[in-house]
Design a protein around this ligand. Sequence first.
Ligand code: BG6
Length: 456
Amino acid sequence: MNELKKRFFWGNSTSSMQTEGAWDQGGKGKSVYDIRKATPEVSDWKDGIDEYHRYPEDFDLMQELGMNFYRFQISWSRVQPKGEGAFNEEGIQFYSDLIDALLERHITPMICLYHFDMPLELSEKYNGFLSRKVSDLFVKFGIEMVRRFGDRVKYWITFNEQNLYNQWGASTFAGNLHKKEGINEVYQIAHNVMMAHVQVANYIHEQTDCKIGGMLAYTEIYPATARPRDIQVAREIQEFSNNNLLDVFAEGHYSQAVLTHIKNFHIDAGFKPGDFEILSKCRSDYMCFSYYRSTVVNSEKIPENCSVDDYLKYGGEGNPYVEKTPNYGWEIDPLGFRDILNKIYHRYQIPIFPIENGIGVQESYYNEEIQDDYRIDYMRAHIQALKDAVEKDGVDVIGYLGWGLIDLPSSAGDMRKRYGVVYVNRTNHDLKDMKRVPKKSFYWLKAVIDSNGKNL
Ligand code: BG6
């Protein structure tokens, strides 16, 4: 019977703006997050969980947990304050020391190069990834990072959740602060981001012994009924928001369905001569994705002549057959996770690496261990689903990374929504002492990792 690899990667995933803090220290330039203000509901982005100063302590905790893998992000504006021109050696030294601290603890690093925090100057001057110029600048930044760290860091991804740039709201992720977003702009952002990914990936494959893969936010989409139109609509969403990118990552071409749609609707996607030849060289050493939930699409709610880009906006609905997370109502669906592992692997036969998973819940610390049995249940079910994919379905999975296993502010900047197996003592508007306190799930996960997934 198949089983988890002996050197299966167990670990944690984070972004820089949700962890580092020190937003104006060490020569860092401003990113688009640094101008976001606190509101009654959320924190600002200045302090994170103070990882900039506390990473040795946090890496000790990761080591105690038994983790052998950590995905972190290099903040572009920390190493190149304006996003173009001079690099900031102090910022580069910070990451160099951080990598050494991981390696000393036998934790394999993975670098992510972009997690929505565009250097502010590139947003203001060029509208972020709406401009091909920024795509080219990203390639320069990415290659420089590979040159600096590729001797010690062998695992790379470029963009966190790259399919988010293919949908309405792409501007938010792409640092396009000023330009009104229409359908042409969404497609242009997506293509410019893809050109940036592919050029860094091609460099890695041609010039180094490092590995790189594409990364998506993969939400499982179920048709609301067996009505053929529901099934068609769910398939089209998968094709546009997932397969279109996976096809480039794995095989170097966009989906024919998407190219046909672009042609039929006269969309200006910003394709330039020579682009497709560059794309055609793209390959991935692994396919990465984040997975939190599934959703349902009901074609009856979708207006006639609606573009596929808007299907979920009109047709998305809740699923009465799955449980939801407390506080936030996200669908808990481990079978959806197993299904995605299967879908990607059997389409491309490339190793699969789920690098974000977890449950965000409101929790408070009152000098007693947090009894987060809901988190244990969530992780147990998802790790079991992964094992089933490996053992029963023959999927090649190389690791499992939780999201923010040491608490961090949510994507909206809300410290109330916590994913960690370690509590961080701060709230949205009071930094307190930021003390780290393991929750019950820390000890459960440690036993899982120690047994390489056997003791669930
Ligand atoms: C992923 C992002 O989409 O989901 C993270 O990569 C984010 O930045 C995580 O924090 C969880 O989402 P949220 O909104 O609950 O923080």
